[in-house]
Each structure stands twice: as C-alpha cells, then as structure tokens.
Design a protein around this ligand. Structure first.
Ligand code: HXC
Length: 515
C-alpha cells in the first residue's frame, strides 16, 4: 500500500495514545481515586495552559530479564519536556507511579539526565515531580548509570539553574537523593520520602515504624528539615512551585524579576515600636516584623516548621525579591543552634547562587550553650553560616533590632563577614558578652570583697551597659553604620538595597550544596 499522510498521522496518534495510557486505565483510575493527579495531569496543571512540549515520549527500557520483555511502556515511566510558567521557559520531568512504580531504570534515568543537562546548557530552571520507588530492581547494576547519572546532573546544575522538586508520591532510595540535591523540596501531605523504608528499618533495628512516621511530610517539616514547603494536595504543591519560581531568576547570570510595587519604598513602619517590646527578655512575633516591612505584608516563608528559632523566606521590597534571615525570640529565646545554623547557611547560599539580596533582622543572644549542642557539632554547623556569608557576594544588609551577642555578631551579619551595611535600632544591645556575666568575670575580686556585692554588681552592670552595650558604642567603632528609628527600617533597608543594586554579578556560578 502507498504511504499516505492520514495513515502516517493515524500511526503517530496511535503511538501517542499508547504512551498516554501509561500503566493502564485501572492504575490511572486508582491514582485519581486516591485524590491524586496523574503524572500528565500534574504537568498540565504546573505549566501555562497548552505550553507543554514533550520530549522522549517513545523511549523504552531495553531490559529483558525478570519478565521485563513483556512489560514495555512508551516513555518508560517518566514524562519529560519543557513548557512555561508565567511565560518563563522551564524544563520539567514527572515520574509516573502507574508504570513499574515510577522506578528509575537506565532509559527512565537517561530521560531525566537529558532534561537536567539541557536545562543547564540553556539556562532554564527545571522542575521535577517525583513519584518513584527508586532504582528499578529488574535493571540491576544498570541503575548505576540511570540513577547515579541523575545525581551527577543535579549536582552539576547546583547553583547554575533553579531546581525545584515536588514529592508527589512515596519516594524511596535514589529518588530521595535526587530530590535532596535540588534547591527546594515541596512535599505533598500523605506522601513519604526516605532512603530505606519501614521493612528495612525493622530488619536492621528490629524497630517497627510506619512509613508516615518515618518519612511523612510532618516528619520532614518539623524534624529532619528535608522539606522546604508542605502542600495540602497535588494542586497546592504545583501552585507553591509556581509561586516559589516567581522569586528566582532563570539562571545564575540573571537577577530575579522585579515587579511594580504599589507599596511606597519610603513607607514608614511605626507599628514596629508596638510589635517589638523594649524589654530584651519579652517575646514577640518576628514574622510580624518581616510582614510589616515587606511589600503588601507578604512573606513567603520557607522551612517554617524546622529550627523555628530562626525564620527564613522571601519577601519583595519595592518589587524586588529579597531573602530574609531573622532570629525568632519567641522560640528558644532566638538562640542560634545546630539546625538554625544549617537552615541559615543553606538559604544564604541559595540566595547568593541566584542573585537575591539578603536582609538579616537580628535579635539573638548568641549560639545556644550546652553539651548536646557542642557534641552535636555546633562548631562545625555554626561555621557554615560564617563561611556562607563570606562567600555570598549578593547585597547584604543587617539590622539589629534588640540584641546581638557573641557568636551571633559574625553569624548574623557585620562588615567583616561581608555585609554591605549594618543598621541598628536605638535600644539594640551589641557586645561580645552580656552585662552580668561580663561584670562577674571582670570584677570578681571587687565583688568578693564588697560589703554589699549586689549593689556593687548593679552599679557595675549599669556602667558596663552604658559604656559597651549601646549601638552608639558600636557606631563609634564603625561596627554599626547608622542608628535608625524603628519606623524608618523599611525606608533605610530599601535605600541600602538601591545603593547596592549595581553591585557586580559574579561571572562564575556558585554551587548550592546540601548542607
Ligand atoms: C521495580 C518497582 C519498584 C522498584 C515499586 N515497583 N518499586 N519495580 N523497582 N524499585 C513496582 C512494584 O513491583 C509494583 O509492581 C508497582 O511498582 C507498585 O508498587 P507497590 O509496592 O504495589 O506500590 P505501593 O504500595 O504504593 O508502594 C510504593 C513503594 C514500594 C513504597 C515505593 O513499591 C517500595 O517499597 N518499592 C521499593 C523501594 C525500594 O526499596 N527502592 C530502593 C531501590 S535502591 P506491580 O507490577 O506488582 O504492580 C535505590 C538506590 C539507588 O534506589 C542507588 C543508585 C545507584
């Protein structure tokens, strides 16, 4: 028979229909019954309508063992391609749990390698939607190529283009590591993410644990810190990914998009005097401070349930995306600790990699003393913050609200650690050692010999406070650039950021390794 266009097109359509059939109608229906979108529906909901262009639709695994010859699925369990989010080009891959559990064999892995590599060479962000049982068992050591290659491309992409992943089903083994090598993880409630599942935990430790307790969203939100954002369901996850991308540029050579702001750059914030009590021991809501300063009161918080003594996230200031790192005196007194140090250091690196200025709001008594902290590696973890600040070349502005003591001084931002401008409120206390312990050390002999040691201590503490603790002392030594009224905080931070707008972008990429 002579070939005809209608026949060729019908053949293509038939092949496309086979690929769209994924793991079969029954498995797709079961996925929908479980309240989930299918992999194709996820891609469609993530991207601007009609923008998806598929690549690798007819790729198939080449495995012949363990009954695999009879189990061919066009696309091999992962949908790959590109499209647009709010008009911006993105690459995307979405694993399909209806095909061999979304497991990653050689071809499945190669499809992801291709997308990741192209994203890097084209300077385009990449979104991965994970739903995978990890390395495909039937493909044995071929997984070294498939899966390790994904890790390699993820690591090479680090700091070159934004990598955001959604955890949309149970992700085990290698699938979990690929996610952790990206910049941001958004996990859907009810999914699990772990390296080894409950069965292996029981085998090794004789300990029974449910999949949810081991790797559920709540565990990663509050305890491991693996998950940056938790979504209610699939659609919420995709909406969060779109929103997050809004704060990020296409690649390390660009700045994030500045939007037109309806919130005046010189807006005064008198309510800050009400939000922040003068008593350094009284608590308050640091997020209320962030929202008061931000454009339209909007704060896109990240890792909100982990190391809650430190708050991080994105705001816009006069339309420009800015990363905020702020101590939270409402929790643990605002002390820095192991987890807070990791959280701050990684976020600083993420902002630096993608040319996002950083503002720190400081109210910290220092690093948390204690055996558990020291033996947990406080020195090693705390040092990550110092290293991140020195390496970060984006504009950095710090503002000390109430206190900045000891290790918090370098860890939260002064000139010598690479900050461009240091502001302080008029009642801010800043010093190596707070007044009482300092006086007890310096005046031990005098206090021991005094007839009324309490009165002497009180007098000496007052003297020390006046001499050493005020921001005017720090300003006299040029540690602080300006002492400002709380109500001027937004105005002064914005004036500093405007000044720093043309700080040269580095020409080489800065890696954003998992910390
Ligand atoms: C091949 C897999 C698979 C895998 C699931 N399937 N995981 N096939 N390789 N890794 C298949 C199942 O056989 C089943 O096929 C179908 O997918 C659905 O799986 P179920 O178990 O029925 O689904 P569910 O109950 O939802 O459980 C999902 C799961 C579980 C929690 C992910 O399948 C699971 O524990 N899988 C193994 C996870 C694992 O140990 N991965 C580690 C691999 S090692 P049928 O045809 O029966 O429906 C690794 C290290 C990487 O990743 C190192 C890099 C080199």
């Amino acid at each position: 028979m002579e070939p005809t266009w209608p026949a060729e097109i019908a053949r293509l359509q038939e092949r496309e229909a086979q690929a769209r059939a994924a793991g079969g109608a029954e498995r797709l229906a079961a996925q929908r019954r479980a309240g989930k979108l299918t992999a194709r529906e996820r891609v469609a909901a993530l991207l601007d309508p009609g923008s998806f262009a598929e690549l690798g639709m007819f790729a198939e695994h080449q495995c012949r063992d363990f009954g695999m010859e009879g189990k061919k699925f066009p696309g091999d369990g992962v949908i790959t391609g590109y499209g647009a989010i709010a008009g911006r080009a993105v690459y995307v891959y979405a694993e399909d749990a209806t095909v061999l559990g979304g497991s990653t064999g050689r071809i499945h892995g190669t499809k992801i390698h291709n997308v990741l590599r192209q994203a890097r060479s084209h300077g385009v962000p990449v979104i991965g939607l994970h739903d995978s049982g990890g390395a495909r068992i039937q493909e044995g050591m071929d997984n070294v190529y498939g899966m390790t290659g994904v890790f390699r491309e993820n690591a090479l992409n680090s700091g070159a283009v934004p990598q955001i992943v959604g955890i949309m089903g149970t992700c085990a083994g290698g699938a979990a590591y690929s996610a952790a090598l990206s910049d941001f993880i958004v996990q859907v409630a009810g999914t699990q993410l772990f390296v080894t599942g409950p069965a292996l935990v029981e085998e090794v430790h004789g300990e029974k644990v449910s999949a949810e307790a081991l790797g559920g969203a709540e565990a990663h939100r509050t305890r491991s810190g693996v998950t940056h954002l938790v979504a209610r369901d699939d659609r919420h996850c995709l909406a969060l990914i779109r929103e997050l991308l809004d704060y990020l540029p296409q690649n390390y050579l660009e700045k994030p998009i500045k939007k037109i702001s309806r919130d005046a750059a010189d807006r005064l914030v008198p309510e800050l005097e009400r939000i922040v009590p003068l008593d350094p021991k009284a608590t308050y809501d640091m997020k209320a401070v962030v929202r008061a300063i931000a454009d339209a009161g909007e704060f896109f918080e990240i890792q909100e349930g982990f190391a809650r003594n430190l708050v991080i996230g994105f705001v816009r200031l006069d339309g420009q995306p800015v990363g905020v790192v702020a101590n939270n005196p409402a929790l643990g007194g605002g002390y820095l600790d192991l987890d807070a140090a990791d959280k701050a250091a990684r976020f600083a690196r993420t902002c630096d990699a993608f040319n996002i200025p950083i503002v720190t709001l400081v109210d910290a008594p220092g690093f948390l003393p204690g055996i558990a902290q020291e033996h947990g590696g406080l020195i090693r973890h705390g040092a990550k913050m110092l290293h991140a600040w020195v390496e970060a070349s984006v504009p950095k502005v710090s503002c000390v609200l109430r206190k900045m003591y000891g290790g918090a001084i370098p860890a939260m931002g002064v000139h010598e650690i690479g900050f461009d401008q240091v502001l302080a409120w008029p009642a801010a206390e800043m010093q190596m050692v707070p007044a009482v312990p300092a006086v007890k050390i310096l005046c031990r002999r005098e206090l021991d010999a005094a007839r009324d040691p309490e009165a002497l201590l009180e007098r000496k503490v007052a003297e020390y406070r006046e001499l050493y603790l005020t921001p005017y002392h720090s300003a006299s030594l040029l540690v602080v650039d300006a002492v400002i009224q709380p109500q001027d905080t937004r105005k002064r931070i914005l004036s500093a950021l405007r000044l720093l707008e043309n700080k040269p972008l580095p020409t080489d990429k800065r890696s954003n390794p998992p910390l």
